[in-house]
Design a protein around this ligand. Structure first.
Ligand code: HEM
Length: 452
């Protein structure tokens, strides 16, 4: 479409405006409420008036498809990804264009299903160790949020570095947690103080980045000097060669990709698993059905790569949890050139925000949307789903590279835990959503661990 053919009018804006910060004030102060309210009252796309930047919100699956898939070449990541660059550098999540394409091509084979078979063994071993530790905690109100964070970090660490780097992994876990907390703090705080000003938060963040750089570079250098064969994600990334030039990744690039996989690969999964146990503790029927499936398929034996495919209801539970609690609750893109969406003019440089959570909970696409009902994801029902009404892993070429990794991990952990334990929710006060980098529960989730 030539520029002359484009629609001329911007999308409409919500009526509620702050006298200086316009609509953006309300979006910054209560993003979930803002997006929900305007999901119900505005059309397929609306303009968020802001004195600082151009922002549009896409309420409609067709518009989402246009941006993520159809016209993806006209879009780069939006402003929301900037704070992540501090930690992730130019890794897969934050890089763009030809550079991203080259990196994606090189990393992709590491996430193919047959490579994941080996990683599933790591997942099973880590989960087994967690369950062994839990034997001493039976009857206790377990901090499920902390436990899921720990297992997800353990799994992603061991998938990246299978070799003996336990001390380094402990250090990485500690400082990754600090970096994420400080990053979330930066996102929450509307006054972005430059990172070189020594505020307590900046000091912690900078220290975390320095330590992580040192440790990860140390592991990479040690591995370069090692002549043994390893079958982990790090060796896959180190051995990957660019098709055209035959070149491998530099230490700096490896560091960025490793850090990206670390961050993108554990917070999301940990949150989805935490929500899963929280929701199951309140839905005894679904929990019962899950137990029956796990008992029938596993016959008292541990989970294996081969029987994951038979755990269909387990997968349905996971899908439904990520519908109600999508860890990546919002996705953002920015158009390079002018565009037209749903008949409106979208000038170049507009941050197009995709409210995954609102679409996943929309009464337009889901009956009784706030009810937890895994049956929505039965294989027959999935075939009827309209495109981009459910997209926890994003879509188009920038679809999450770890989607199968995450789904397998969640199946392994959920099935292995349910095989042995039930959780009881003592405090029935509803837990609110905390929309930080990922969608976390506002407070830690505590559930009583009861042996079956
Ligand atoms: C429940 C778990 C997960 C969810 C919900 C999730 C969600 C997402 C989403 C929505 C995106 C696209 C972001 C965008 O379009 O801007 C993404 C990208 C990405 N994810 Fe995941 N993710 C999960 C687990 C993982 C895991 C386990 C890994 C790695 C082991 C991973 C690695 C990545 C990477 C590297 C990207 C960037 C891909 C690219 O642009 O080429 N994710 N993820």
């Amino acid at each position: 479409m030539s520029t002359a053919d484009l629609a001329k009018s911007l999308p409409p804006s919500p009526a509620k405006e702050h006298f200086i910060f316009k609509n953006a004030y309300y979006m910054a102060n209560g993003p979930l409420e803002f997006l929900e309210e305007n999901y119900n009252t505005m059309g397929p796309v609306y303009w968020v008036k802001s004195p600082i930047r151009k922002i549009a919100v896409l309420n409609d699956p067709e518009c989402v498809r246009h941006v993520l898939q159809e016209n993806n070449r006209n879009y780069v990541k939006s402003f929301g990804y900037d704070p992540l660059k501090l930690l992730l550098g130019n890794g897969l999540l934050t890089s763009e264009g030809d550079f991203w394409r080259k990196q994606r091509r090189m990393a992709q084979p590491g996430f193919h299903k047959e490579k994941l078979a080996a990683i599933v063994d790591t997942m099973i071993t880590s989960t087994g160790q967690m369950l062994l530790r839990w034997e001493k905690l039976e009857g206790v109100e377990l901090n499920v949020s902390a436990e899921m964070n720990r297992i997800a970090l353990d799994i992603v660490s061991k998938s990246l570095f299978i070799s003996n780097v336990e001390d380094e992994i402990d250090k990485i876990s500690t400082w990754v947690t600090v970096a994420i907390e400080q990053g979330a703090e930066r996102i929450r705080n509307p006054f972005k103080i430059p990172t070189w000003i020594p505020t307590p938060s900046n000091i912690k963040q900078n220290k975390a980045i320095t330590v992580l750089d040192e440790v990860i570079t140390g592991i990479i250098e040690k591995r370069r000097a090692d002549t043994n064969q390893y079958h982990d994600l790090l060796s896959m990334l180190m051995e990957a060669r660019d098709e055209d030039t035959g070149e491998g990744m530099s230490n700096r690039q490896l560091r960025d990709e490793v850090m990206t996989i670390f961050i993108a690969g554990h917070e999301t999964t940990a949150n989805a698993l935490t929500w899963a146990f929280y929701v199951l503790a309140q839905n005894p029927q679904a929990e019962q059905k899950l137990k029956e499936e796990v008992d029938t398929v596993l016959q008292g034996k541990p989970v294996s790569f081969e029987n994951l495919r038979s755990l269909t209801y387990t997968r349905m539970v996971i899908d439904e949890v990520m519908r109600l609690y999508p860890p990546a609750w919002i996705i953002g893109r920015k158009n390079v050139e002018d565009d037209e969406i749903a008949g409106f003019y979208i000038p170049a440089g507009t941050n197009c925000l995709i409210p995954t959570l609102s679409i996943h909970r929309s009464p337009k696409f889901w009956n009784d949307p706030l009810t937890f009902d895994p049956e929505r994801f039965s294989p027959e029902k999935v075939k009827e789903q309209k495109k981009f009404t459910y997209f926890p892993f994003g879509g188009g070429p920038r679809l999450c590279i770890g989607n199968n990794f995450a789904l397998m991990e969640m199946q392994v952990v959920l099935a292995s835990v349910i095989q042995r334990y039930t959780f009881e929710l003592k405090d029935k006060t509803p837990i609110e959503l905390d929309p930080l980098i990922t969608l976390r529960p506002k407070q830690n989730v505590y559930l009583k661990l009861v042996k079956r």
